[in-house]
Ligand binder design. Sequence first.
Ligand SMILES: O=C(O)C(=O)C[C@H](O)[C@H](O)COP(=O)(O)O
Length: 204
Amino acid sequence: MSDIETIMRIAPVVPVIVIEDLAHAVPLAEALVAGGLRALEVTLRTPQALDAIRAMKQVKGAIVGAGTVTNVEELEDALEAGSEFIVSPGLTEPLARAAIRHNVPFLPGIANASDIMRGLDLGLTHFKFFPAMAAGGLPALKALAAPFSQCRFCPTGGISPENAGEWLAFGPVLCVGGSWVAPKGAPDKAAIEALARKAVGLRP
Ligand SMILES: O=C(O)C(=O)C[C@H](O)[C@H](O)COP(=O)(O)O
């Protein structure tokens, strides 16, 4: 099993995916992988999410994780479905301890210094900065990262093709998360592949 840093370094953008129709899962994953985005975060926001994870794992080259994992039960369901990494909007001790116990790459959300310190106490150093723009944008992350030089981040929430390059130019940012590469609805494979290709080119 890879560690979370390896997963964060696969591509500059991790698509944040909401699957409303299971039939969309495989074509969407195929288009994203073809465009160069291989680490895919499927949010547990819809009843189809776990089946979507199972289906997308069959796509060659895809590394499929679960997002919006907010408690231990969801983490266990996500692992049962074959999730290769776990993303959470926040950081609770029970969830973090379960992720560590299961030895699954884990990217919990932080938004302030106390969140980071709780993570460090648990042995975690890699975090999602969420909600990135609403929590103060790049100036906020720069200020937060300064006292925690051992930490690495994946800002998510309000990241766009227009601002992603600036985030990715900041050393502690290994990747960004974003939903813009996985628009809702029936996937237009050519359009999504093109969005993914552009996203791959965003790393300065
Ligand atoms: O679902 C979760 O677990 C979240 O943490 C929220 C998502 O990561 C953001 O909603 C994606 O943000 P946008 O790219 O601005 O659409």
